[in-house]
Design a protein around this ligand. Structure first.
Ligand SMILES: Nc1ncnc2c1ncn2[C@@H]1O[C@H](COP(=O)(O)OP(=O)(O)OP(=O)(O)O)[C@@H](O)[C@H]1O
Ligand SMILES: [Mg+2]
Length: 414
Protein backbone atom coordinates (compact mmCIF):
# COMPACT_ATOMS: atom_id res chain seq x y z
CA UNK A 1 0.00 0.00 0.00
CA UNK A 2 1.20 3.54 -0.72
CA UNK A 3 2.30 5.47 2.36
CA UNK A 4 0.81 8.93 2.78
CA UNK A 5 4.29 10.43 2.75
CA UNK A 6 4.86 9.14 -0.71
CA UNK A 7 1.59 10.59 -1.92
CA UNK A 8 2.56 14.00 -0.60
CA UNK A 9 5.99 13.82 -2.20
CA UNK A 10 4.31 13.26 -5.47
CA UNK A 11 1.99 16.22 -5.01
CA UNK A 12 4.84 18.54 -4.04
CA UNK A 13 7.11 17.42 -6.84
CA UNK A 14 4.31 17.64 -9.26
CA UNK A 15 3.65 21.20 -8.18
CA UNK A 16 7.30 22.24 -8.12
CA UNK A 17 8.11 20.76 -11.49
CA UNK A 18 4.98 22.23 -12.88
CA UNK A 19 4.28 19.12 -14.92
CA UNK A 20 0.72 18.02 -15.08
CA UNK A 21 1.63 15.36 -17.59
CA UNK A 22 4.61 13.28 -16.46
CA UNK A 23 4.52 11.33 -13.24
CA UNK A 24 7.84 9.67 -14.09
CA UNK A 25 9.67 10.69 -17.23
CA UNK A 26 12.59 8.32 -16.58
CA UNK A 27 10.67 5.22 -17.59
CA UNK A 28 10.51 6.48 -21.16
CA UNK A 29 14.28 6.69 -21.46
CA UNK A 30 15.95 4.27 -23.87
CA UNK A 31 18.03 2.52 -21.22
CA UNK A 32 15.20 1.87 -18.78
CA UNK A 33 14.61 -1.87 -18.30
CA UNK A 34 10.97 -2.45 -17.36
CA UNK A 35 9.95 -5.18 -14.88
CA UNK A 36 7.59 -6.63 -17.39
CA UNK A 37 8.20 -7.17 -21.11
CA UNK A 38 4.92 -7.98 -22.84
CA UNK A 39 5.10 -10.29 -25.88
CA UNK A 40 8.62 -11.47 -25.17
CA UNK A 41 7.81 -14.33 -22.86
CA UNK A 42 8.96 -16.93 -25.37
CA UNK A 43 12.36 -15.27 -25.87
CA UNK A 44 12.80 -14.71 -22.13
CA UNK A 45 12.06 -18.36 -21.40
CA UNK A 46 14.35 -19.54 -24.17
CA UNK A 47 17.28 -17.45 -22.97
CA UNK A 48 16.49 -18.46 -19.39
CA UNK A 49 16.71 -22.14 -20.33
CA UNK A 50 19.97 -21.59 -22.15
CA UNK A 51 21.62 -19.78 -19.25
CA UNK A 52 20.13 -21.76 -16.33
CA UNK A 53 22.89 -24.43 -16.23
CA UNK A 54 25.27 -21.69 -15.05
CA UNK A 55 23.43 -21.67 -11.72
CA UNK A 56 24.69 -25.17 -10.96
CA UNK A 57 28.19 -24.45 -12.17
CA UNK A 58 27.84 -25.91 -15.68
CA UNK A 59 28.78 -23.99 -18.80
CA UNK A 60 25.89 -22.92 -21.03
CA UNK A 61 25.60 -22.82 -24.81
CA UNK A 62 26.63 -19.74 -26.72
CA UNK A 63 23.74 -17.92 -28.33
CA UNK A 64 23.25 -15.42 -31.13
CA UNK A 65 20.31 -13.07 -30.86
CA UNK A 66 18.93 -11.38 -33.96
CA UNK A 67 16.20 -8.97 -34.87
CA UNK A 68 15.52 -5.52 -36.23
CA UNK A 69 16.11 -2.39 -34.21
CA UNK A 70 13.73 -1.77 -31.30
CA UNK A 71 12.47 -5.35 -31.04
CA UNK A 72 13.53 -5.74 -27.41
CA UNK A 73 16.81 -7.67 -27.75
CA UNK A 74 18.81 -5.54 -25.33
CA UNK A 75 15.90 -5.27 -22.91
CA UNK A 76 15.30 -9.04 -22.85
CA UNK A 77 18.96 -9.93 -22.38
CA UNK A 78 19.38 -7.40 -19.57
CA UNK A 79 16.19 -8.63 -17.96
CA UNK A 80 17.24 -12.29 -18.04
CA UNK A 81 20.79 -11.58 -16.89
CA UNK A 82 19.57 -9.43 -14.00
CA UNK A 83 17.30 -12.24 -12.82
CA UNK A 84 20.08 -14.78 -13.28
CA UNK A 85 22.48 -12.66 -11.21
CA UNK A 86 19.88 -12.33 -8.45
CA UNK A 87 19.26 -16.06 -8.41
CA UNK A 88 22.98 -16.82 -8.44
CA UNK A 89 23.46 -14.57 -5.43
CA UNK A 90 20.68 -16.32 -3.53
CA UNK A 91 22.18 -19.70 -4.29
CA UNK A 92 25.79 -18.63 -3.82
CA UNK A 93 26.62 -19.89 -7.33
CA UNK A 94 29.90 -18.90 -8.90
CA UNK A 95 28.42 -17.11 -11.89
CA UNK A 96 29.64 -13.79 -13.23
CA UNK A 97 27.73 -11.82 -15.79
CA UNK A 98 29.11 -9.00 -17.89
CA UNK A 99 27.12 -6.94 -20.37
CA UNK A 100 29.17 -4.93 -22.88
CA UNK A 101 27.92 -2.69 -25.67
CA UNK A 102 30.59 -3.22 -28.34
CA UNK A 103 29.71 -0.07 -30.28
CA UNK A 104 30.09 2.13 -27.20
CA UNK A 105 33.22 0.29 -26.05
CA UNK A 106 34.65 0.96 -29.52
CA UNK A 107 37.74 -1.22 -29.54
CA UNK A 108 38.68 -4.84 -28.79
CA UNK A 109 40.96 -3.48 -26.10
CA UNK A 110 38.12 -1.78 -24.29
CA UNK A 111 35.75 -4.72 -24.64
CA UNK A 112 38.41 -6.94 -23.12
CA UNK A 113 39.24 -4.38 -20.43
CA UNK A 114 35.55 -4.29 -19.46
CA UNK A 115 35.50 -8.07 -19.11
CA UNK A 116 38.66 -7.94 -16.98
CA UNK A 117 37.30 -5.23 -14.69
CA UNK A 118 34.13 -7.26 -14.21
CA UNK A 119 36.10 -10.12 -12.68
CA UNK A 120 38.48 -7.83 -10.76
CA UNK A 121 41.49 -8.05 -13.00
CA UNK A 122 43.33 -4.74 -13.13
CA UNK A 123 44.29 -3.49 -16.58
CA UNK A 124 45.73 -0.13 -17.61
CA UNK A 125 43.58 2.11 -19.86
CA UNK A 126 46.05 1.68 -22.70
CA UNK A 127 49.52 0.40 -23.21
CA UNK A 128 49.15 -3.36 -23.35
CA UNK A 129 48.81 -5.37 -26.52
CA UNK A 130 45.43 -7.05 -26.92
CA UNK A 131 47.14 -10.46 -26.86
CA UNK A 132 48.80 -9.60 -23.56
CA UNK A 133 45.54 -8.61 -21.88
CA UNK A 134 43.91 -11.69 -23.27
CA UNK A 135 46.51 -13.91 -21.60
CA UNK A 136 46.08 -12.10 -18.34
CA UNK A 137 42.31 -12.48 -18.66
CA UNK A 138 42.61 -16.21 -19.31
CA UNK A 139 44.97 -16.93 -16.42
CA UNK A 140 42.98 -14.96 -13.89
CA UNK A 141 39.72 -16.41 -15.07
CA UNK A 142 41.04 -19.92 -14.67
CA UNK A 143 42.21 -19.24 -11.14
CA UNK A 144 38.75 -17.97 -10.14
CA UNK A 145 36.84 -21.11 -11.10
CA UNK A 146 33.68 -19.42 -12.38
CA UNK A 147 31.10 -19.55 -15.14
CA UNK A 148 31.48 -16.23 -16.95
CA UNK A 149 28.53 -15.18 -19.09
CA UNK A 150 29.52 -12.44 -21.50
CA UNK A 151 26.82 -10.53 -23.40
CA UNK A 152 28.23 -8.68 -26.40
CA UNK A 153 25.56 -6.23 -27.54
CA UNK A 154 25.85 -4.69 -31.01
CA UNK A 155 28.48 -7.33 -31.67
CA UNK A 156 28.54 -6.38 -35.38
CA UNK A 157 30.29 -3.12 -34.45
CA UNK A 158 33.19 -5.11 -33.02
CA UNK A 159 33.52 -7.25 -36.12
CA UNK A 160 33.06 -4.44 -38.64
CA UNK A 161 35.98 -2.41 -37.39
CA UNK A 162 38.36 -5.02 -36.06
CA UNK A 163 37.50 -8.28 -37.78
CA UNK A 164 36.64 -11.29 -35.71
CA UNK A 165 39.95 -12.05 -34.00
CA UNK A 166 38.72 -11.31 -30.47
CA UNK A 167 35.60 -13.36 -31.07
CA UNK A 168 37.77 -16.12 -32.40
CA UNK A 169 39.87 -16.13 -29.24
CA UNK A 170 36.82 -15.91 -26.99
CA UNK A 171 35.03 -18.77 -28.70
CA UNK A 172 38.16 -20.95 -28.34
CA UNK A 173 38.99 -19.99 -24.78
CA UNK A 174 37.17 -22.90 -23.11
CA UNK A 175 39.52 -25.38 -24.76
CA UNK A 176 42.28 -24.11 -22.48
CA UNK A 177 40.26 -23.66 -19.33
CA UNK A 178 39.56 -26.39 -16.80
CA UNK A 179 38.09 -24.70 -13.75
CA UNK A 180 36.29 -21.79 -15.50
CA UNK A 181 34.12 -21.52 -18.58
CA UNK A 182 33.03 -18.61 -20.76
CA UNK A 183 29.62 -18.45 -22.47
CA UNK A 184 28.82 -15.79 -25.02
CA UNK A 185 25.55 -14.08 -25.85
CA UNK A 186 25.98 -12.13 -29.10
CA UNK A 187 23.34 -9.57 -30.05
CA UNK A 188 22.89 -7.89 -33.42
CA UNK A 189 20.35 -6.11 -35.61
CA UNK A 190 22.53 -6.55 -38.67
CA UNK A 191 21.72 -9.86 -40.32
CA UNK A 192 24.54 -9.55 -42.80
CA UNK A 193 27.11 -9.57 -40.05
CA UNK A 194 27.08 -13.37 -39.97
CA UNK A 195 28.62 -13.37 -43.43
CA UNK A 196 31.66 -11.51 -42.20
CA UNK A 197 32.44 -14.12 -39.55
CA UNK A 198 34.90 -16.94 -39.90
CA UNK A 199 32.72 -20.09 -40.27
CA UNK A 200 34.36 -21.62 -37.20
CA UNK A 201 33.52 -18.58 -35.11
CA UNK A 202 29.98 -18.54 -36.46
CA UNK A 203 29.32 -22.19 -35.71
CA UNK A 204 30.60 -21.89 -32.13
CA UNK A 205 28.81 -18.63 -31.51
CA UNK A 206 25.48 -19.78 -32.88
CA UNK A 207 25.05 -23.02 -30.93
CA UNK A 208 21.67 -21.50 -30.21
CA UNK A 209 19.83 -18.72 -32.01
CA UNK A 210 16.94 -16.58 -30.89
CA UNK A 211 15.09 -14.40 -33.38
CA UNK A 212 13.13 -11.29 -32.39
CA UNK A 213 10.33 -10.43 -34.79
CA UNK A 214 9.07 -6.87 -35.26
CA UNK A 215 6.15 -6.00 -32.99
CA UNK A 216 2.65 -5.66 -34.43
CA UNK A 217 0.54 -2.57 -33.70
CA UNK A 218 -1.43 -4.49 -31.05
CA UNK A 219 1.71 -5.67 -29.33
CA UNK A 220 3.13 -2.18 -29.34
CA UNK A 221 -0.09 -0.92 -27.83
CA UNK A 222 0.28 -3.31 -24.88
CA UNK A 223 3.89 -2.22 -24.39
CA UNK A 224 2.94 1.44 -24.47
CA UNK A 225 0.01 1.01 -22.10
CA UNK A 226 2.22 -0.68 -19.49
CA UNK A 227 4.78 2.09 -19.69
CA UNK A 228 2.21 4.88 -19.83
CA UNK A 229 0.74 3.81 -16.49
CA UNK A 230 4.02 4.67 -14.79
CA UNK A 231 5.08 7.56 -16.99
CA UNK A 232 1.94 9.72 -16.98
CA UNK A 233 -0.63 10.86 -14.48
CA UNK A 234 -3.99 9.15 -14.71
CA UNK A 235 -6.28 10.34 -17.47
CA UNK A 236 -3.59 12.35 -19.24
CA UNK A 237 -3.14 10.05 -22.21
CA UNK A 238 -6.06 9.74 -24.58
CA UNK A 239 -6.79 6.39 -26.16
CA UNK A 240 -6.55 7.86 -29.65
CA UNK A 241 -3.03 9.17 -28.94
CA UNK A 242 -1.59 5.93 -27.66
CA UNK A 243 -3.17 3.95 -30.48
CA UNK A 244 -1.68 6.31 -33.00
CA UNK A 245 1.80 5.93 -31.48
CA UNK A 246 1.48 2.15 -31.82
CA UNK A 247 0.16 2.34 -35.37
CA UNK A 248 2.85 4.73 -36.59
CA UNK A 249 5.67 2.68 -35.07
CA UNK A 250 4.20 -0.55 -36.44
CA UNK A 251 3.99 0.93 -39.91
CA UNK A 252 7.67 1.76 -39.75
CA UNK A 253 9.12 -1.59 -38.69
CA UNK A 254 7.54 -2.63 -35.43
CA UNK A 255 10.06 -0.64 -33.41
CA UNK A 256 9.21 -0.26 -29.71
CA UNK A 257 11.86 2.42 -29.29
CA UNK A 258 10.15 4.56 -31.90
CA UNK A 259 6.76 3.98 -30.26
CA UNK A 260 8.11 5.05 -26.87
CA UNK A 261 9.84 8.08 -28.38
CA UNK A 262 6.58 9.17 -29.97
CA UNK A 263 4.85 8.87 -26.63
CA UNK A 264 7.54 10.82 -24.78
CA UNK A 265 7.82 13.62 -27.34
CA UNK A 266 4.03 13.91 -27.60
CA UNK A 267 3.94 14.25 -23.80
CA UNK A 268 6.61 16.93 -23.89
CA UNK A 269 4.74 18.90 -26.53
CA UNK A 270 1.52 18.78 -24.50
CA UNK A 271 3.43 19.76 -21.36
CA UNK A 272 5.14 22.70 -22.98
CA UNK A 273 1.80 24.03 -24.17
CA UNK A 274 0.36 23.61 -20.68
CA UNK A 275 -2.31 21.25 -21.97
CA UNK A 276 -3.97 18.67 -19.78
CA UNK A 277 -4.21 15.77 -22.19
CA UNK A 278 -2.01 14.16 -24.81
CA UNK A 279 -3.94 13.93 -28.05
CA UNK A 280 -3.43 12.61 -31.56
CA UNK A 281 -2.41 16.08 -32.69
CA UNK A 282 0.51 15.97 -30.26
CA UNK A 283 1.51 12.56 -31.58
CA UNK A 284 1.47 13.77 -35.18
CA UNK A 285 3.64 16.71 -34.22
CA UNK A 286 5.95 14.37 -32.34
CA UNK A 287 6.28 12.24 -35.45
CA UNK A 288 7.24 15.29 -37.50
CA UNK A 289 9.75 16.43 -34.94
CA UNK A 290 11.41 13.02 -34.65
CA UNK A 291 11.64 12.67 -38.42
CA UNK A 292 13.02 16.18 -38.73
CA UNK A 293 15.66 15.44 -36.09
CA UNK A 294 16.64 12.23 -37.83
CA UNK A 295 17.06 13.94 -41.18
CA UNK A 296 18.98 16.71 -39.48
CA UNK A 297 21.39 14.27 -37.84
CA UNK A 298 21.74 12.25 -41.03
CA UNK A 299 22.79 15.33 -43.01
CA UNK A 300 25.05 16.65 -40.31
CA UNK A 301 27.06 13.46 -40.14
CA UNK A 302 27.63 13.16 -43.89
CA UNK A 303 31.14 13.40 -45.33
CA UNK A 304 31.99 16.71 -47.05
CA UNK A 305 31.49 15.62 -50.64
CA UNK A 306 28.08 14.15 -49.91
CA UNK A 307 27.16 17.49 -48.39
CA UNK A 308 28.36 19.24 -51.55
CA UNK A 309 26.23 16.91 -53.67
CA UNK A 310 23.23 17.84 -51.56
CA UNK A 311 24.11 21.50 -52.10
CA UNK A 312 24.18 20.83 -55.82
CA UNK A 313 20.71 19.32 -55.71
CA UNK A 314 19.65 22.28 -53.58
CA UNK A 315 20.73 24.77 -56.29
CA UNK A 316 19.10 22.75 -59.03
CA UNK A 317 15.87 22.81 -57.10
CA UNK A 318 16.18 26.49 -56.14
CA UNK A 319 16.70 27.61 -59.73
CA UNK A 320 13.97 25.26 -60.76
CA UNK A 321 15.94 23.59 -63.48
CA UNK A 322 14.82 20.55 -65.29
CA UNK A 323 18.39 19.56 -65.88
CA UNK A 324 18.94 17.46 -62.83
CA UNK A 325 20.44 14.51 -64.66
CA UNK A 326 23.70 12.88 -63.69
CA UNK A 327 25.99 14.72 -66.12
CA UNK A 328 24.50 18.13 -65.30
CA UNK A 329 24.79 17.46 -61.59
CA UNK A 330 28.44 16.70 -62.02
CA UNK A 331 29.18 19.96 -63.84
CA UNK A 332 27.43 21.99 -61.19
CA UNK A 333 29.02 19.95 -58.40
CA UNK A 334 32.46 20.75 -59.82
CA UNK A 335 31.68 24.45 -59.92
CA UNK A 336 30.54 24.43 -56.31
CA UNK A 337 33.65 22.53 -55.26
CA UNK A 338 35.76 25.19 -56.93
CA UNK A 339 33.78 27.92 -55.20
CA UNK A 340 34.39 26.21 -51.85
CA UNK A 341 38.07 25.62 -52.60
CA UNK A 342 37.75 21.83 -52.52
CA UNK A 343 38.98 19.52 -55.26
CA UNK A 344 36.14 17.59 -56.88
CA UNK A 345 35.92 13.79 -56.86
CA UNK A 346 35.65 11.83 -60.09
CA UNK A 347 32.25 11.44 -61.75
CA UNK A 348 32.25 7.77 -60.82
CA UNK A 349 32.75 8.48 -57.13
CA UNK A 350 30.06 11.14 -57.27
CA UNK A 351 27.63 8.62 -58.79
CA UNK A 352 28.39 6.28 -55.93
CA UNK A 353 27.70 8.99 -53.36
CA UNK A 354 24.46 9.91 -55.14
CA UNK A 355 23.32 6.29 -54.76
CA UNK A 356 24.11 6.36 -51.05
CA UNK A 357 22.18 9.61 -50.60
CA UNK A 358 19.32 8.05 -52.49
CA UNK A 359 19.24 5.08 -50.11
CA UNK A 360 19.21 7.47 -47.16
CA UNK A 361 16.24 9.23 -48.75
CA UNK A 362 18.08 12.57 -48.90
CA UNK A 363 17.97 12.50 -52.70
CA UNK A 364 15.36 10.97 -54.96
CA UNK A 365 16.69 9.54 -58.13
CA UNK A 366 14.68 8.07 -60.90
CA UNK A 367 15.97 6.40 -64.06
CA UNK A 368 14.43 7.94 -67.18
CA UNK A 369 14.63 6.79 -70.73
CA UNK A 370 15.99 9.11 -73.40
CA UNK A 371 14.67 6.94 -76.19
CA UNK A 372 17.44 6.03 -78.55
CA UNK A 373 19.90 8.19 -76.60
CA UNK A 374 19.84 5.65 -73.78
CA UNK A 375 18.91 6.24 -70.19
CA UNK A 376 19.84 8.72 -67.52
CA UNK A 377 19.08 9.39 -63.92
CA UNK A 378 16.96 12.32 -62.82
CA UNK A 379 17.83 13.54 -59.41
CA UNK A 380 15.91 15.68 -56.95
CA UNK A 381 16.15 16.65 -53.30
CA UNK A 382 14.44 14.20 -50.98
CA UNK A 383 14.02 16.77 -48.19
CA UNK A 384 12.75 20.36 -48.14
CA UNK A 385 15.28 23.01 -49.21
CA UNK A 386 14.98 24.83 -45.93
CA UNK A 387 16.29 21.78 -44.05
CA UNK A 388 19.44 21.81 -46.19
CA UNK A 389 19.94 25.51 -45.43
CA UNK A 390 19.26 24.97 -41.75
CA UNK A 391 21.77 22.14 -41.30
CA UNK A 392 24.54 23.20 -43.66
CA UNK A 393 24.59 26.84 -42.53
CA UNK A 394 25.76 25.58 -39.17
CA UNK A 395 28.96 24.61 -40.93
CA UNK A 396 31.16 27.66 -41.50
CA UNK A 397 32.48 26.35 -44.79
CA UNK A 398 29.04 26.39 -46.33
CA UNK A 399 27.48 29.47 -44.79
CA UNK A 400 28.28 31.91 -47.59
CA UNK A 401 27.44 29.58 -50.45
CA UNK A 402 23.69 29.93 -50.12
CA UNK A 403 23.75 33.39 -51.71
CA UNK A 404 25.83 32.16 -54.59
CA UNK A 405 24.41 32.20 -58.12
CA UNK A 406 25.98 29.30 -59.99
CA UNK A 407 27.40 30.42 -63.34
CA UNK A 408 26.58 27.07 -64.81
CA UNK A 409 22.88 27.49 -64.11
CA UNK A 410 22.81 31.17 -65.09
CA UNK A 411 24.31 30.32 -68.47
CA UNK A 412 21.70 27.72 -69.29
CA UNK A 413 19.11 28.69 -71.89
CA UNK A 414 15.63 29.28 -70.48
N1 LIG B 1 8.36 -6.20 -24.90
C1 LIG B 1 8.70 -4.99 -24.43
N2 LIG B 1 8.08 -4.47 -23.36
C2 LIG B 1 8.40 -3.26 -22.89
N3 LIG B 1 9.34 -2.48 -23.41
C3 LIG B 1 10.00 -2.93 -24.48
C4 LIG B 1 9.72 -4.21 -25.04
N4 LIG B 1 10.52 -4.37 -26.12
C5 LIG B 1 11.25 -3.27 -26.22
N5 LIG B 1 10.96 -2.40 -25.24
C6 LIG B 1 11.55 -1.08 -25.04
O1 LIG B 1 11.79 -0.52 -26.31
C7 LIG B 1 13.06 0.08 -26.39
C8 LIG B 1 13.91 -0.59 -27.43
O2 LIG B 1 14.18 -1.93 -27.04
P1 LIG B 1 15.66 -2.54 -27.09
O3 LIG B 1 16.65 -1.49 -26.72
O4 LIG B 1 15.67 -3.78 -26.31
O5 LIG B 1 15.73 -2.83 -28.65
P2 LIG B 1 16.85 -3.63 -29.45
O6 LIG B 1 16.19 -4.79 -30.07
O7 LIG B 1 18.03 -3.88 -28.56
O8 LIG B 1 17.19 -2.57 -30.59
P3 LIG B 1 18.63 -2.26 -31.31
O9 LIG B 1 18.84 -3.36 -32.29
O10 LIG B 1 18.40 -0.95 -31.97
O11 LIG B 1 19.66 -2.23 -30.22
C9 LIG B 1 13.63 0.01 -24.99
O12 LIG B 1 13.36 1.21 -24.33
C10 LIG B 1 12.89 -1.15 -24.35
O13 LIG B 1 12.76 -0.96 -22.97
MG1 LIG C 1 19.90 -3.05 -28.49
Amino acid sequence: MKSQDHILDEVFNHFLKGSKIFRNREVLRHDYVPDNLPHRKEQILHLGEITAPALSGSPCSNVLIYGKTGTGKTAVVKFVLNKLTQKAKELGSTVNVCFVNCRLAGTEYRVLATLCTNINIKVPFTGLAVGEIFDRFKENLESQGIIFIVALDEIDALVKVRGDSLLYELTRINENLQRSKVSIIGISNDLKFKESLDPRVLSTLSEEEIVFKPYTADELLDILMERAKIAFYNDVLTEGAVKLCAALAAAEHGDARRALDLLRVAGEIAERRGEKKITETHVREAQERIEHDQVYEAIKSLPTHSKIILLTAYFLSKFNTDRSVTGEIYNLYSEICEQLGVSPLTQRRVSGLINELDILGLLNSRVISLGRYGRTKKIGLGVPRKVIVEVLSEDERFRAIFNYKPKYLMALPE
